[in-house]
Write a protein that binds this ligand. Structure first.
Ligand SMILES: *Cc1c(COP(=O)(O)O)cnc(C)c1O
Ligand code: SF4
Length: 353
């Protein structure tokens, strides 16, 4: 280590300081990166492990080979020990019912396959394209239509991004690019930055939207570098969270949302109406109030997509209507979500009134 020389030029000392600063920053960045990656690698993958953690007796749970169990510990920590009906537990615990077929339930309930505009890109609605940036998620939600989606062959990997970008560039009716999946925030931030860099030359794009459950199930994903990336993109940004119950939104999630809002990201939340998880006026109202409390606004409340294996979460449309009536009675208008159903072949998500 040296000192500045007599002429006052920066000597090795400063160079070293600079280098140490950089090194420290890199180490910090790596730690940050490792933290959520590491948490993901330590996620719970068997019913027995989760049930034991919650002081519940382990019955012989069926192994579900089609859709493995995956639960980050941050999410599990919000479950109530001893409660087999815990609304977070019910969302992630495999069930025998998943191996049964049921009338009206299928593997492509929303007609995604019909709206494919190329590998990894769904162009179903006017002005918006949905990019399946990755097939990976940090949590496997038992009600999800993804359990039957052939992701390994359908998501756009780095090599296919060029084709997706070209599709968007060649259609100037497209104003919004929606990053979805899987969960797009499963990609390393630098990969996300590469994608938006490729999109940044397209003049007709006006908005970037991200649908992610990571701020909920792994709030440490909202890293400094992720925020830096979001701040650097040239479009207004919307992030749609997916929380179905107020208990999912703990203080760590509130901090993550707050950080997103501070850099100007619009944060919304959508939920799925799920039997036993949130199908009462009081639970839904609590979710909407808590959504607001952490700085987000309710967006959609989806009726369940009838995907094979998810029939135990089904509720009737009549019940859904009654719940909405109850919400309208007690919530400010802006806290009432839009109840919708996804119908194959329709030009938008159909409002259920
Ligand atoms: C839900 C969805 C969208 C977005 O629809 P919004 O009503 O704008 O939220 C876009 N593309 C596809 C394929 C979708 O399923
Ligand atoms: S796509 Fe969303 S709802 Fe489906 S498993 Fe992944 S995080 Fe859960």
């Amino acid at each position: 280590m040296g000192l500045p020389d007599a002429a006052g030029r920066p000597g090795c000392f400063d160079v070293d300081r600079q280098r140490i600063k950089l090194m420290k920053r890199n180490i910090l960045a790596r730690k940050e990166r490792d933290s959520w990656r590491k948490q993901l690698s330590q996620a719970i993958r068997t019913p027995a492990e989760l049930l034991e953690l919650l002081d519940l007796t382990v019955k012989d749970e069926p192994a579900n080979s089609r859709f493995p169990m995956l639960v980050p510990r941050a999410f599990a920590s919000r479950m109530e020990p001893g409660n087999r009906q815990d609304p977070l537990l019910l969302q992630v615990l495999p069930d025998r019912d998943e191996n049964r077929t049921a009338p009206g339930f299928s593997d492509d309930p929303v007609g995604d396959m019909a709206s494919k505009a190329g590998r990894g890109i769904l162009h179903k609605y006017q002005g918006r394209v949905l990019l399946i940036a990755t097939g990976a998620c940090a949590v496997n939600c038992r009600y999800c239509f993804r359990q039957a989606f052939p992701y390994s062959s359908e998501h756009a990997g780095r090599d296919q991004w060029q084709a997706a970008v070209e599709h968007i560039a060649n259609d100037n009716s497209i104003e919004e690019v929606i990053l979805s999946g899987g969960d797009p925030l499963m990609l390393p931030t630098r990969r996300l930055a590469q994608l938006t860099e490729m999109l940044s030359g397209i003049r007709h794009i006006r908005c970037l939207r991200i649908h992610s459950r990571l701020p909920i199930v792994l709030p440490d994903r909202i890293t400094d570098s992720l925020l830096e990336w979001l701040q650097s993109v040239p479009w207004p940004t919307v992030l749609v969270l997916h929380a179905n119950h107020a208990n999912e939104l703990d203080e760590d999630v509130a901090v993550a949302v707050d950080r997103l809002r501070k850099i100007g990201v619009h944060v919304l939340n959508q939920a799925v109406l799920l039997a036993r998880v949130n199908d009462s006026v009081s639970r839904l109202a609590a979710l909407m109030r808590r959504t607001f409390e952490i700085g987000a606004l309710p967006y959609y409340l989806h009726l369940l997509d009838p995907v094979s294996g998810a029939q135990r979460f089904d509720t009737s449309e009549e019940h859904a209507r009654q719940l909405m009536e109850g919400l309208r009675r007690q919530l400010s208008g802006y806290l009432v979500p839009r109840l919708v159903r996804e119908v194959a072949g329709e030009p938008y998500k159909i409002p259920v009134l």
